[in-house]
Write a protein that binds this ligand. Sequence first.
Ligand SMILES: Cc1cc2nc3c(=O)[nH]c(=O)nc-3n(C[C@H](O)[C@H](O)[C@H](O)COP(=O)(O)O)c2cc1C
Length: 309
Amino acid sequence: MKKILVIYYTQTGQAKLALDAVLKPFIGNSEYSIHYELIKPKTQLPYPWKYSEFFDVFPENVQGVPFELEPLTVNQNENFDLVIIGYQPWFLSICRPINSFLLSDEAKKLLNNKSVITIINCRNMWLGAQEKMKQRLLDLNAKLVGNITFVDKSSNLTSLVTVLAFELKGVKENYMGIFPRYGVSDKDLEAAPELGKLIETSLKQNNFEKLQQLIVMKDFVTVKSNLLLMEGRGRALFPLYANYVSKKGTASSAERRGRVRIFGIVLPTAILILSPIITIVSRLAPLLAGAKFKKEIAYYKQNSLRRTS
Ligand SMILES: Cc1cc2nc3c(=O)[nH]c(=O)nc-3n(C[C@H](O)[C@H](O)[C@H](O)COP(=O)(O)O)c2cc1C
């Protein structure tokens, strides 16, 4: 029997929907056993978030500062054939609960020398978080063999509104009577079991070499040129602003509230203003620097980490 460990975090159940859809072919199959490990922060995170709470998690999340977790239910010495990590990017970095797990001693044991598949669910910006994930997995001596993304299919501006309604008001559908439903799409959920079958074949043969290529062919790794450019700006600026906020005070402290509030206004405004401009630039960019652009998109669709020197 092959043993699969599924490590995940979810606030509203989106990650579990994605995981269940992908893993459908394994359910009821006695050749496999699956252990689901829901990562639980010691101090529960709010949902829906208050505006100030939502933006206050930004600095430590970007800086990758771990926090305490509830003990895991899995036996750390168990040897799994495959590990699947279901996670969300938060502010272009790995969400804090999963990052805390990846920095734990338990992760060192459970992931050492293991094949890992990541299943991301998010609004639409996951590239930076996954780069950090690649580094964490390298540090844990684990091998990233597959990455699947479930993104919201609306335009960047529409999903900016719907994600904020979802996170800050707990409204998922029909916000203000006009906005579409936020989150993972039914179409993706319906198609996802095909990915489970690909994973099963790889697992059976103990050969994951072709898996990522097949996931890409099924259109389950969404990299859009306008979002690539936009995320690039955010990834360069976020660490600077995170330091600027955390220098002023610790998490939730009154001292840094002003700087958090500014971020809470500037970020949505910047997305609003930059989004149309960047979309135009991204349409021109392939004409001006086509080869470089193609290379970037291909890079984010695969699983190795770029050397920076
Ligand atoms: C604090 C916070 C920051 C977020 N930042 C991003 C982000 O950088 N990129 C993105 O695409 N989605 C972002 N999101 C949206 C989440 O990825 C989205 O809410 C997720 O689909 C919810 O999944 P869950 O129900 O499994 O928790 C953020 C959400 C939260 C709560």
